[in-house]
Design a protein around this ligand. Structure first.
Ligand SMILES: [Zn+2]
Length: 438
């Protein structure tokens, strides 16, 4: 007797009619027509079953703080940083914890079971660090949180940032962050990248820097980041987040840069929602989109994943932590509308995110942790098109969130016709998720 069987699943790789058997929180069977019984069975009826969504880049300390103490009227990155600086002295651990916990609940409901969150260490009290370490512990049974020590006010520019960053790492923050484009000069930015990579190498930690988050075609910090990665033997453990300047760079230079990034096995995180609203703010017309070169990087074999970055904070006033909304925006901003492009966008919020975070126990395969999401969609393209409903969210073999199937009723003459906008065949006509032996 298995603990749980999910039957009749479509998988993201195109396989259909797959049954997934789970024992002790792990996948033990993954094949068609599994001849076994489960204590609980979920009939997916030809709907997409995916490993959970992964948010590769977020800010849990600032989330849900919109309007405190004022709104970002210019919409720029710099006004956002200024508003956050005004808010920071009044942060309490209780407040950060409550907002982060609420966002985690939203994430779980959306099937996002791993988040890499940056936490601002430019606060001598380390209020947000302690609060998010507490949230990481509290929520560990439900969601994987990875914390990045983020020197928001500049690692060299803020005189206390180095000491605070080291204290944060000692308290258990996982990853070394940075923000070289916010240092006082290009030279200071490069120096901050060098020093931060050395701190990570000395401690065996990963690196994830906000890097070149500008429209300046001459911002060159990702080059330094890749070179330092190779110098210190950190290949595969370093992430460049945003890289929006690559959108504006000279094409010859970028062709050389991308080869270096590939050699360094750099991970790249694009944040399509933030990028499309924050970049190009100094342009009149035409206005640049600002998202990094997702298609070209992916084509040469660089791992590109997506982050939500913000939900209702000084930088981005919308959102509900829906990674399908992120993928949907990426498809539009990057003109990634080919069938393979869209499947790749789905991977960028699932499997590619897991690669960025270094999650080794993740994926749809025998032996992996039984973390799954049943979507009200037929396949990854359908899921992005609809930003589809999450029917069931499963963590270690246990359902930890569910939503009823969404359908509308259309009255045509004497007929009542149910529509759910999905292409998932029979499932569209039988929208209830069957749960037997529950
Ligand atoms: Zn960010």
């Amino acid at each position: 007797m298995l603990d749980l069987i999910v039957r009749g699943a479509n998988l993201p790789d195109g396989r259909t009619g797959i049954d997934i058997g789970i024992v002790d929180g792990r996948i033990v069977e993954l094949r068609p027509r599994l001849d076994a019984a489960g204590r609980r069975e979920i009939d997916a009826r030809g709907r997409l079953v995916t490993p959970p969504f992964v948010d590769s880049h977020f800010h849990l300390d600032a989330t849900l703080s919109i309007g405190r103490p004022r709104y970002n009227e210019s919409g720029t990155l710099l006004e956002g940083i200024a508003i956050w600086a005004e808010q920071k002295p009044s942060l309490s651990a209780h407040d950060v914890r409550d907002r982060a916990l609420e966002l985690c609940r939203w994430a779980i409901a959306r099937g996002n079971l791993a988040i890499r969150t940056h936490v601002d260490i430019c606060d001598d009290r380390l209020t947000a660090v302690d609060a998010l370490l507490d949230v990481r512990r509290t929520m560990a049974p439900y969601i994987d949180l990875q914390l990045v020590a983020f020197p928001q006010d500049g690692f060299l520019r803020d005189p206390h940032a180095r000491a605070n960053l080291l204290r944060a790492l000692e308290r258990g923050v996982d990853v070394v962050g940075g923000i070289p484009h916010f240092e006082r000069s290009m030279a200071d930015g490069a120096e901050s990248v060098r020093e931060l990579c050395e701190i990570a190498a000395d401690r065996g930690l990963r690196v994830d820097m906000h890097c070149d988050e500008t429209d300046d075609p001459l911002s060159r910090h990702v080059e330094t980041l890749a070179a330092e990665t190779i110098r210190l033997g950190l290949q595969g453990r370093v992430t460049g987040s945003h890289l929006t300047s690559m959108h504006s760079m000279d094409n010859y230079y970028v062709s050389k840069l991308m080869a270096l990034m590939h050699e360094a096995r750099l991970h790249v995180v694009a944040n399509p929602l933030a990028n499309i609203v924050l970049q190009g703010r100094h342009d009149t017309y035409p206005k640049r989109r600002g998202m990094t070169r997702v298609r070209e990087l992916t084509q040469i074999g660089v791992n590109v994943s997506y982050g939500h970055d913000s939900v209702m904070d000084p930088w981005y006033g919308l959102g509900s932590h829906d990674m399908l909304e992120v993928a949907h925006m990426a498809v539009h901003v990057g003109q990634l509308t080919g069938r393979d492009d869209m499947r790749e966008a789905f991977a960028a919020v699932t499997t590619r995110g897991a690669l960025t975070l270094g999650l080794t126990d993740y994926g749809l395969a025998v032996g992996k942790r039984a973390d799954l999401v049943v979507l009200q969609a037929a396949d990854p393209i359908d899921a992005i098109r609809l930003r589809s409903n999450r029917l069931a969210v499963i963590r270690r073999g246990t359902v930890i969130a569910e939503s009823p199937a969404v359908e509308s009723r259309v009255f045509i003459g004497e007929h009542t016709i149910a529509v759910d906008f999905s292409t998932s065949g029979d499932a569209a006509r039988e929208p209830e998720l069957a749960t037997i032996n529950a």
